[in-house]
Design a protein around this ligand. Structure first.
Ligand code: PMP
Length: 454
């Protein structure tokens, strides 16, 4: 049933790597200091290199292969679409595009029933912000410090964490605020209720001093992803919704990473019963098989552009091949109950397993997460909560995180390491046995991190 993927062959791997090093300019990297793994193939929760090494993928790529690699039904749908109509311009009604939009709108919360397609997450954020500015006639956008929204012009300025610093030449109209994070509370709160109330008061104060009439939008990741998987306290997002309504501010939820099953719901917004005005998505919409993202738009904002044109578009918006992959992915997710599988994997396997690991290792400061979306925050000292790596502009791993990451990879586990955290984000389709295998490898690798504690 499975397509033949490239077989291990060290000579081919060496050639792939040589061409890569000669000509591929990599993201987020000092080009002369990297040594990317040459990947020969992938299936389900695993991938392998040309030397025959196999890795269990606890990173889901960049947290996007929610249904795992090479799902035969999605691969077949892409092949079928390629045979029928590989590409077409955006200003036409195309079967896979209209069907993808229908399936997405059916699942998005509330009245987010119109879909603007992009090629990925950052473009979705760019367009959501433009829609909010055009809808309100206001310029400013508020976003959280501990956040990531993408690496294009507006999206990188909205990003709150140090990945913004090298590109922060002109944060035109962007104002950052602190969102709740009890473990490192910006408000010195002692419990979740205090954290929530103080965070909402801080947001209100920020709005008051920026001028409510100048603020187009507040953008938040429903659950901040690469910044650390911080689950907002109960009532926080509902409180932000209420504040937005009070001041006529557009509420944008960024579900690029948290959406499409990752949290055990179709969207993380469903966990909190909150409906934004605009919601960005990408990644899990088609498990990243073909680049696709988009903005789900409320009836009210869609109405703004009913007779007035929306002044924006992309050549490949709603690309037929990407949309065919989305249709197949969403159907597979529904047929195989993959959203429920993510919830189950989290509740039954990942949470108890990680809880046990977290307690045993002095390098683990906190465990956070839900579904197939978890983070272990590593510390030098559990008492002071001093991170295992200091923040810096380049986000480079220090010796401790590098040693931990290397230990994972050596054992056959591919981790998602960022700053002082390792994220546990396997495909939602990962079996219990695979997850347990990964947890055992993670457990062993954490012994290396423990050596760096006080
Ligand atoms: N928003 C969030 C929450 C993300 O996690 C990401 C990517 N990690 C983006 C936006 C940007 O998406 P892309 O890389 O597809 O542009």
């Amino acid at each position: 049933q499975q397509q033949a993927t490239a077989q291990p062959d060290p000579a081919v791997g060496a050639a792939v790597k040589a061409a890569d090093r000669a000509h591929v300019f990599h993201s987020w990297s000092a080009q002369g200091l990297i040594d990317p793994l040459a990947v020969a193939g992938a299936e389900g929760s695993y991938f392998w290199d040309y030397d025959g090494n196999r890795y269990l993928d606890f990173s889901s790529g960049l947290v996007f292969t929610n249904i795992g690699y090479q799902h035969p039904k999605v691969v077949a749908a892409i092949q079928e679409q390629a045979g029928k109509l590989t590409t077409f311009a955006p200003a036409f009604a195309v079967e896979s595009r209209s069907e993808a939009a229908r399936l997405i709108a059916e699942r998005t919360p509330g009245d987010l029933d119109k879909i603007f397609f992009t090629n990925g997450g950052a473009e979705a954020v760019e367009n959501a912000v433009r829609m909010a500015r055009l809808h309100t006639g206001r310029a400013k956008v508020l976003s959280a410090y501990r956040s990531y929204h993408g690496a294009t012009a507006a999206a990188i300025n909205l990003t709150g964490d140090p990945r913004r610093w090298p590109s922060d030449t002109a944060s035109a109209g962007v104002v950052h605020f602190w969102a709740p994070f009890l473990y490192r509370s910006p408000f010195h709160a002692r419990n979740e209720t205090e954290e929530r109330d103080r965070a909402l008061q801080h947001l209100e104060d920020t709005i008051a001093y920026e001028g409510p009439g100048s603020i187009a939008a507040i953008i938040l990741e429903t659950i901040p992803g690469t910044a650390g998987i911080m689950i907002p306290p109960p009532g926080y997002l509902a409180g932000v919704r209420e504040i937005c309504d009070r001041y006529g501010i557009v509420f944008i939820l960024d579900e690029v990473m948290a959406g499409f099953g990752r949290t055990g719901e179709w969207f993380a917004a469903d966990l909190f019963d909150v409906v934004p005005d605009l919601m960005t998505f990408a990644k899990g919409v088609n498990s990243g098989y073909v680049p696709l993202g988009g903005v789900a738009i409320s009836a009210e904002i869609a109405a703004t552009f009913e007779t007035r044109p929306y002044p924006g578009g992309l050549t490949y918006s709603g690309h037929p091949l990407a949309c065919a992959a989305a249709v197949a992915t969403i159907n597979v997710m529904a047929e195989e109950g993959i959203v429920g599988k993510a919830a189950d994997l989290g509740a039954r396997v990942l949470e108890p397993g990680l809880r046990e690991i977290a307690e045993r290792h002095p390098s683990v400061g906190e465990l956070r997460g839900v579904g197939a979306f978890w983070a272990l925050e590593l510390v030098r000292d559990r008492e002071t909560r001093e991170p295992l790596v200091p923040y810096n502009a380049s986000g480079e791993a220090n010796a401790a995180m590098a040693a931990f990451g290397a230990a994972c990879k050596k054992s056959g586990l591919w981790p998602f390491v960022n700053m002082n955290r390792t994220h546990v984000c396997p495909p939602c389709t990962t079996s219990e046995a695979e997850a347990k295998e990964g947890l055992a490898l993670l457990d062993a690798a954490l012994n290396v991190a423990d050596e760096f504690t006080v």
